[in-house]
Design a protein around this ligand. Structure first.
Ligand SMILES: Nc1nc2c(ncn2[C@@H]2O[C@H](COP(=O)(O)OP(=O)(O)OP(=O)(O)O)[C@@H](O)[C@H]2O)c(=O)[nH]1
Length: 337
C-alpha cells in the first residue's frame, strides 16, 4: 500500500531535503529567515537533520569568529532584557549588527524559555540590525550549550558582529556562557538581597565587569555604596591570566544611563586583550575546551546508555549503600564492562 505524504511527515520531510548550499548562501547574504532555519536545523534532535546541520556549520565555519562575543548573567528580575535592549540599541547606533542568544537549560521544565523571549526586547526585535533567538530546548546543559555555540557560528557567518549570550545562571550555565564569550558581564542589584554576600562562588572571578543595575531614582545611593563594596572585593581577587582588572560600574538600563560607559569598557578590554594577545589565546582555549568537553560528554553518554551498565548500576548502588562494596570497587567493576 502506498503511503500518503500528507499523512506521513517523514515522507514529506524527505521530499524537502535541505539544499545546504542555497541555505548557506541565503544566510551568508544576511537573510534572517535562512539564519533562523539554519539554527533550527542545528537545534533539531531529528537524526535526519543532523547531516544538514553538520554541512551548514562546515560552510559557516570559515566565516565565523569575527564578532565580539559578550556573555551576560544576573538573577531573574535584575533587568537583563531592559539592559540588553538599551545596550543593543546603542551598539546598532554605532553601526553594529547585534544577535542575542540565550542559554537556559530550565526552559524545558518551564515549557518555553524565560530567556530570549521576543516580547522582552520589544524595540530591539523590531530592528533589522538585530536578531533575537530564544534558548534552545534541551535536557542537559551540555546539549543546550553546544546548540548555542553553533548558533554563534551561524550568526557570525550571517554578518552579526556583536553577539550577546545571556543566561539566568541555572546550574553551571554561567560557566558555559563564560567559556564561549570574550567578555563576561555580571549584572547585580544594589541591596534587595542580591549583594556581595549572596553572590555565587566563582562568578566574581569569571566576571570581566560587574554592573550595578537600576542605579536610578531612590536607588542611586545604594548603587554607589554597592559599587564601592564590589570594588573593594574585586581588589582582593587574584588577577586573571589576561591581566584585565574586573571593572565595577553602575547603570540604569531603563533610563539608558551608564550604557555608554559599559560599551567604553568593552572597547578598552578589546584593545587590551588584542595588545597582549590574550584575546586569541582565550578563543583558542575555548575551542579546545569545547572539543574535549564534547568528547567527554559523548563517552559518558555512551557508557551510561549501555543496557549492561544500566542493569548493573542499580545493583552496585545498593551494594555501596549496604557497605558490601566500596564506591571505588563498585566503580571499577562497572568500568570493566
Ligand atoms: N528602576 C529600574 N527598573 C528596571 C531597570 N531595568 C529593568 N527594570 C525593571 O525590572 C523588571 C525586570 O526587568 P527585566 O529587564 O525583565 O529583567 P530580567 O533580568 O530580564 O528578568 P527575567 O526575565 O526575570 O530574567 C521590570 O519591571 C523592569 O521594568 C532599571 O534600570 N531601573
Amino acid at each position: 500500500m502506498s503511503q500518503n505524504p500528507h499523512i506521513n511527515p517523514n515522507l514529506k520531510r524527505k521530499k524537502e531535503a535541505v539544499n545546504v548550499n542555497r541555505l548557506f548562501n541565503d544566510l551568508h547574504s544576511g537573510q534572517v529567515s535562512a539564519l533562523s532555519r539554519a539554527i533550527t536545523l542545528v537545534e533539531s534532535t531529528a537524526g535526519s537533520d543532523s547531516a544538514f546541520a553538520k554541512a551548514i556549520i562546515k560552510q559557516a565555519l570559515p566565516y565565523s569568529g569575527n564578532s565580539f562575543r559578550l556573555g551576560i548573567t544576573g538573577v531573574p528580575g535584575v533587568g537583563k532584557s531592559t539592559f540588553i535592549e538599551s545596550l543593543g540599541r546603542q551598539l546598532i547606533e554605532h553601526g553594529k549588527k547585534v544577535a542575542v542568544l540565550a542559554i537556559d537549560p530550565s526552559s524545558n521544565i518551564s515549557r518555553g524559555s524565560i530567556l530570549g523571549d521576543k516580547t522582552r526586547m520589544e524595540e530591539l526585535v523590531k530592528s533589522d540590525q538585530a536578531f533575537i533567538r530564544p534558548s534552545p530546548a534541551g535536557t542537559t546543559l551540555g546539549g543546550v550549550a553546544r546548540k548555542t555555540r553553533e548558533a554563534i557560528i551561524l550568526c557570525e557567518a550571517a554578518g552579526y558582529d556583536f553577539i550577546i549570550v545571556e543566561t539566568v545562571g541555572v546550574g553551571q550555565s554561567e560557566t558555559a556562557v563564560h567559556s564561549m564569550t570574550d567578555f563576561f558581564l555580571l549584572l547585580k542589584l544594589a541591596g534587595a538581597g542580591d549583594d556581595l554576600q549572596g553572590i555565587k562562588r566563582g562568578i566574581m572571578e569569571m566576571a570581566d565587569a560587574i554592573i550595578i543595575n537600576k542605579a536610578d531614582g531612590d536607588n542611586q545611593l545604594a548603587a554607589k555604596h554597592a559599587r564601592r563594596e564590589f570594588k573593594n572585593a574585586v581588589h582582593l581577587m587574584p588577577s586573571k591570566d589576561h591581566g584585565w582588572p574586573t571593572q565595577v560600574l553602575t547603570c540604569s538600563g531603563l533610563n539608558s544611563v551608564g550604557i555608554t560607559e559599559v560599551i567604553e569598557e568593552i572597547n578598552n578590554y578589546k584593545a587590551h586583550a588584542t595588545d597582549n594577545q590574550s584575546f586569541t589565546k582565550k578563543r583558542n582555549a575555548q575551542e579546545l575546551y569545547w572539543f574535549h568537553q564534547t568528547i567527554e560528554d559523548a563517552i559518558k553518554t555512551n557508557f551510561y546508555n549501555q543496557p549492561e551498565v544500566i542493569a548493573k548500576l542499580v545493583v552496585l548502588e545498593k551494594e555501596v549503600l549496604n557497605k558490601v562494596k566500596s564506591p571505588f570497587d563498585a566503580a571499577g567493576e562497572l568500568l570493566e564492562i
